[in-house]
Design a protein around this ligand. Sequence first.
Ligand code: ADP
Ligand code: 5GP
Length: 205
Amino acid sequence: MQVLSSQNRAATKQNHTQGKLIVLTGPSGVGKGTLMRTLLQRHPELYYSVSATTRQPRPGEVDGKHYHFIDRNKFEQLVARGEFLEWAEFAGNYYGTPRQAVLNQINSGKSVVLEIELSGARQIRKSFPSAKSIFILPPSLAELEKRIRGRGQDPEDAIARRLHRANEEIQAANEFDIQIINDDFETALNSIETALDNFDTCQDS
Ligand code: ADP
Ligand code: 5GP
């Protein structure tokens, strides 16, 4: 982690205007992607970090926009080259945040939002103590399952893995700076907007 921190500093030390680094986490199906899409439409000044993943694209997902879809071999090469700020295995696939793109944006003064799962959020907290984190909670587990099924894009075994993981993730919600329940969509979105306004800029990128 110390190596990571010094790389981060070296990559950004020439510029004094730092953006904010914001981590958005919550169980699969809670509505993170939907919240993010609306947030980005309303706030084009934010930079959404497009992750790499080994998961298969869902119908309608576009390479380079929703994810960089790559195979496991390529992902492991990128890990070995230190090209991810954080990465994790989730429900049988790898996911990772491209390091340089995020550091460049923060360095140029743009605020960056990472929509990542729990272990990635923990890695970011260690590397960037001034990053701010938001955990999105469902109104209930029954509603969460309904949303995952309603999305209609995950096979049955993936749904089971995601629900199992959801229980673990929800128990960690208190580790995050703030918790927001995504019951009424507009209310949840407004709470995220207020939190983003109040967060400090990133001091350790
Ligand atoms: P995630 O990115 O967290 O996996 P999605 O954004 O794909 O979740 O949302 C899962 C499903 O829940 C989608 O069908 C979405 O339209 C729906 N959804 C999101 N927010 C709400 C909400 N506040 N109330 C009801 N349904 C919602
Ligand atoms: P999905 O397959 O539903 O798109 O994403 C599964 C989980 O992986 C979600 O919780 C999502 O937030 C998380 N995720 C997406 N990109 C990344 C990433 O770059 N790093 C980590 N650690 N998790 C990610």
